[in-house]
Design a protein. Structure first.
Length: 622
């Protein structure tokens, strides 16, 4: 798998449009970060303000609740220490007399008066331990028949002593229901014993029940929103009152168990709680976070939208800049690459009139001028090569003509007119084929026919002291080659290889195609050969000539020797290029072999189609 960092780096270094997009996004990055920071900071400020506001409200409410509890506790103290109440309860026994019933009625009337002056108290009850009577401002009086309820009240009075005990309606009573079912209430109640200052007091109990609906109404007025809820719990975590459902109460209770005293945001709810230093009760405010952050969420949505639009604008602007500036530069770059691989027909479309349009137009003009210069240079070099070739050929023909005339002269002295006639006849045929209406190319077959006339003249000159053999591969006969290519080599073989021989001389001319790609033409004699020093010198001179890329033959350059070999090699390089070669092998006392190597493709493509020529059977051998 490719490294993403490396892929990004490669794309960044190679694509202008990608770099422009990255630059625009980099410019937007500080604005994006500032916007996101501002939104986050506003949320934090709102959170802190909400917590502070909630703590203030909860503090005021808790002060009111504490004041109410203090008032209720003072009422319980007044009732528990009132001599009339104490005397009335003490004067009654297990069986209530009619007088006692009347007195209890008066007592109930007095409790109702006390109840009416405090709006937070829903009912006041008195429990008479000897008769097990429960007198209440809510339902009158009734006798507790349950021994468990009686025992629970008496034990609570004994264990609490003079202290105040708060009991919830749902608190169980020794397997006999709940406290609320006993006193007919659903709220919290304050309970303490009567006759506080008497150490030998009975288990008479005063019970003051708070009005739960009024507590709930008071707490509901503190809510910051309709979805918020507030709960009041006792010092041991029991719910006393609340405005929400049971799940909200459980959430508030879980907050108190995990991190008391600190605001907590969990499960999408902001929870703030305050403990009373007086009663140890706890007020807990629960508010949905989405309500708290409603305005900031809308601001955050706007911010995200602006960021998205900014990113799209950055990408769009980068594309516009790329199309307007970088795209023409990219076209110029691609055009230059096409020129570098040799395509000189490149022309870029240009409809602009600005600086980039001028550069594109200048590039198109440069390509046209470059193509024209190359064509002119190529044509000039071609004309130069043809001129040099013509010059080489003009040097060959006079040289050959002089030797031939010299041979005819010597033959005329030594022989009668028949031989002279034959030599003149062969000479005329030779020149007729050489001119050949200006044609520059012969097939191998035609070249051998042309060469045969020259060889026959030389055989007559040397008194038939040598013979010639043709080893020609049939596939090589129709291959076109330059005319007069073999004549200098045959001339060297006869003059240097057959000179001094009176008989037994052999000249072998061969041609063959190797691997379907290369044409080889060889001229071999059985003369004395060359010494090692002479052969090394010849090879060095030919190698030096082969390494020259241009000006293979200069008319101003004078050569002392190897005129024929230099001539042939220069023509080979001019026509066939670097694929052509001329090699020499010689063995002292055995003879010399010269082989011309030509690329077969160059023969067929550069020099045209072969021209067929048929030899007479008598011209095939000598």
């Amino acid at each position: 798998m490719r490294n993403p960092v490396r892929s990004f780096r490669d794309l960044f270094s190679r694509r202008i449009q990608f770099r422009l997009t990255c630059y625009f996004l980099l410019i937007l990055l500080p604005l994006v970060l500032v916007s996101l920071f501002a939104v986050d900071r506003s949320r934090s400020i709102l959170h802190d303000q909400a917590v502070e506001r909630s703590e203030t409200v909860l503090g005021s409410a808790m002060d009111y609740i504490d004041l109410t509890l203090q008032n209720v506790e003072e009422i319980s103290t007044l009732i528990a220490t009132d001599p009339a109440f104490i005397e009335l309860l003490a004067g009654s026994g297990e069986e209530l007399s009619p007088r006692s019933i009347v007195e209890f009625s008066r007592l109930l009337e007095q409790l109702s008066n006390v109840n009416s002056i405090n709006h937070i108290v829903s009912q006041i009850s008195l429990y008479h331990q000897p008769s097990h009577m429960m007198i209440s401002t809510h339902y009158g009086g009734r006798r507790l028949t349950s021994a468990e309820q009686q025992q629970w009240l008496e034990n609570t009075a004994i264990t609490s002593g003079t202290e105040i005990t708060y009991v919830l309606a749902e608190d169980p009573i020794a397997g006999e229901g709940t406290f609320g079912s006993m006193v007919h209430t659903d709220s919290v109640s304050l309970m303490r014993t009567m006759d506080l200052y008497n150490n030998n007091r009975r288990a008479d109990v005063v019970i003051i029940t708070l009005d739960k609906s009024k507590l709930t109404k008071m707490m509901k007025s503190l809510l910051p929103s309709p979805s918020a809820a507030i709960y009041l719990h006792s010092d041991y975590g029991k719910p006393i009152a609340g405005t929400g459902n049971q799940s909200g109460a459980d959430h508030a209770l879980a907050y108190g168990e995990s991190e008391p005293g600190l605001p907590v945001t969990r499960d999408g709810m902001l929870t703030v709680a305050l403990d009373s230093p007086y009663s140890k009760w706890r007020l807990t405010l629960v508010q949905p976070v989405k309500e708290l952050y409603a305005q900031t969420d809308q601001l955050q949505l706007y911010t995200v939208g602006i960021i998205a639009i900014s990113v799209l604008l950055a990408v769009g602007i980068s594309w516009i800049v790329y199309i307007g500036i970088a795209s023409p530069v990219d076209k110029l770059y691609k055009g230059m690459k096409r020129i570098s691989i040799g395509n000189m027909n490149v022309q870029l479309e240009n409809k602009r009139e600005d600086e980039l349009g001028y550069l594109t137009e200048a590039f198109n003009r440069m390509v046209v001028d470059q193509r024209r210069l190359i064509e002119e240079h190529y044509e000039q070099q071609l004309r130069l090569a043809k001129t040099e070739l013509k010059f080489l050929q003009t040097q060959i023909n006079p040289h050959f003509l002089y030797n031939t005339l010299d041979s005819i002269n010597w033959t005329a002295k030594n022989y009668e007119a028949d031989e002279i006639s034959e030599m003149v006849l062969n000479l005329s045929r030779f020149f007729r084929l050489s001119l050949n209406k200006g044609k520059e190319v012969f097939t191998v077959d035609e070249s051998l026919s042309h060469l045969h006339y020259y060889i026959r003249i030389q055989q007559i000159r040397f008194l038939d002291s040598f013979t010639v053999r043709y080893d020609i591969q049939e596939e090589s006969r129709p291959v076109p080659i330059m005319k007069l290519l073999l004549q200098p080599l045959v001339e060297n073989a006869i003059l240097h290889g057959m000179e001094g021989k009176t008989e037994g001389g052999l000249l072998v001319i061969s041609s063959w195609i190797e691997d379907g790609e290369t044409l080889h033409i060889g001229v071999r004699d059985n003369g004395p050969g060359m010494s090692e020093e002479r052969a090394s010198y010849v090879r060095q001179e030919l190698e030096r000539l082969s390494r020259r890329d241009d000006d293979l033959f200069s008319p101003e350059e004078e050569y002392k020797d190897l005129f024929g070999l230099r001539n042939v090699l220069s023509r080979l390089k001019l026509y066939y290029g670097k694929g052509a070669a001329l090699t020499i092998d010689t063995v002292p006392g055995e003879g010399t072999s010269v082989v011309i190597t030509l690329p077969l493709a160059g023969c067929k493509e550069s020099l045209g189609s072969p021209v067929h020529h048929t030899w007479d059977k008598g011209e095939r051998s000598a």
